[in-house]
Design a protein around this ligand. Structure first.
Ligand code: ATP
Ligand code: MG
Length: 422
């Protein structure tokens, strides 16, 4: 089975509202093995909407549409359905009662304008709306199953999980989709693809996908089968092969974050961590504390943006600041040392750099990041030059700072691979 998702609303075409309904529907369909073959967005315009509906039915997959079922004049979906599919609109008394009751429950009279929401195309099944007034609609036209849902994301979500997805899952005859994710950092998408080319060739039953974030590349693998045991076994095996091939760059699986991985290692060893941040402005601390239970190992951090703060709060030397500048390997390391000492931590990491767009010079371009780590047995520093805008540069630096810590701790799923250490 495949499907077409139609999202209706001029605000979507104008770029004012993000099309989260599509994202949600596509994800849910993926989970039950229904392929999204087309995604169309159309404004609140009867004629264009009609064209889109006709084309979708002609293409032949199941159709899931959201939006335009409301009571206002710009909500025309119902009228277009009536015209295109030649189904007269009939007032459904049960639906009308339900809408009235919803208003009454809130101490209001139903405005007459809402009566239109009880108009149902003849022969269509009404999908109950537990979260709002507009009901959803379901009917088949020329063997094509069509579902029309309200635009409000929470209302559409309710109907999808209650009605649409179970219906389509049954049609898909028990085909299950399994997915795995291996998360990587410190290796580019193209290098990764090159390294995995042979492996991909050996696994024709599995689909591979690469998704790059500012902080790394996620490898997605999926397979479909009616046999859940086979599916689990296959995905386990391919996941292991992937981790082996990616080596030390693979830091986690599923939804694990870098912060989760370093947190686990720190907590497991009873180590305490401190941070000293300049140009990441606290982003490293935010990432660390996003992991529940981080108070067990995260002592705290300092955002030392000015030279004064670096001196006063972290004990960075005036000499170093003058001689090397605030954006330098020397200052990054002194920041890490200072944080480690002042927080009484076992390990500290520090960041300094140029997020741009101003403040760059020839030797110190936008995107330059100096990251440092200070521990009792090791001191380390790294220099990176990141691309992208201000936000991406900070995200990348944050991730790499956590990865510096991860590598120091030897944490991550693939660390036992000595051949791939780099
Ligand atoms: P209502 O009964 O609330 O009028 P409706 O079916 O008419 O429902 P719309 O008027 O199209 O829905 O949209 C309702 C709200 O949901 C608006 O705030 C709209 O911006 C939002 N919305 C509509 N479509 C989407 C979408 N595809 N993704 C995210 N939000 C959406
Ligand atoms: Mg609308």
């Amino acid at each position: 089975v495949n499907a077409e998702v139609i999202t209706i609303g001029s605000e979507l075409l104008h770029g004012i509202v993000r099309d989260t309904n599509f994202e949600m529907i596509a994800r849910m369909l993926g989970e039950i093995g229904v392929e999204v073959a087309f995604h169309t967005t159309v404004g609140d315009d009867s004629e264009r909407m009609g064209e889109v509906f006709r084309a979708a039915v002609h293409r032949g997959g199941a159709v899931i549409a959201t939006g335009g079922l409301g009571p206002t004049s710009d909500d025309v979906t119902r009228k277009v359905i009536a015209t295109v599919f030649r189904r007269r609109l009939v007032l459904d008394e049960t639906v009308l009662d339900r809408i009235r009751a919803r208003f009454r429950a809130r101490g209001m009279e139903m405005p007459p304008i809402n009566e239109g929401q009880a108009l149902v195309p003849r022969g269509a099944k009404v999908i109950e709306n537990e979260r709002g007034s507009a009901p959803g609609l379901h009917f088949a036209h020329q063997q094509v199953e069509l579902f029309f849902l309200p635009g409000v994301p929470s209302e559409a979500e309710g109907m999808l999980t209650q009605y649409v997805i179970p219906f389509l899952r049954q049609k898909a005859e028990g085909l299950q989709i399994g997915r795995r994710t291996v998360r990587t950092i410190g290796i580019s998408e193209s290098l990764l693809a090159e390294r995995l080319q042979a492996l991909e060739g050996e696994e024709p039953a599995v689909t591979f996908g690469y998704l790059a974030h500012p902080s790394g590349v996620d490898l997605h693998v999926s397979a479909a089968s009616r046999d859940p045991n086979w599916l689990r076994g296959e995905l386990d095996r391919v996941e292991r092969k992937l981790i082996e091939a990616v080596g030390v760059h693979a830091y986690g699986t599923g939804r694990q974050t870098l912060s989760d991985v370093v947190g686990q290692a720190l907590a497991g060893r009873g180590l305490r961590l401190a941070t000293a941040e300049s140009f990441t402005g606290g982003a490293i601390g935010v990432a660390l504390t996003a992991t529940p239970g981080s108070s067990r190992y995260y002592a705290g951090g300092v955002v030392a943006y000015s030279n004064e703060a670096k001196k006063e709060l972290l004990g960075v030397g005036s000499d170093s600041l003058r001689r090397y500048g605030a954006v330098s390997a020397e200052v990054a390391l002194e920041m890490a040392r200072g944080a480690r000492e002042r927080f009484g931590a076992d390990i500290a990491i520090a960041s300094t750099g140029i997020a741009g767009p101003d403040g760059a010079s020839e030797e110190k371009p936008v995107g330059l990041a100096l990251l440092a780590l200070a521990a009792s047995d090791e001191e380390a520093g790294e220099r990176h030059l990141f691309g992208g805008g201000r936000t991406e540069i900070v995200s990348r630096a944050t991730a790499v700072a956590l990865d510096l810590l991860r590598r120091h701790l030897g944490a991550g799923i693939a660390w036992s691979e000595p051949s791939s250490r780099s």
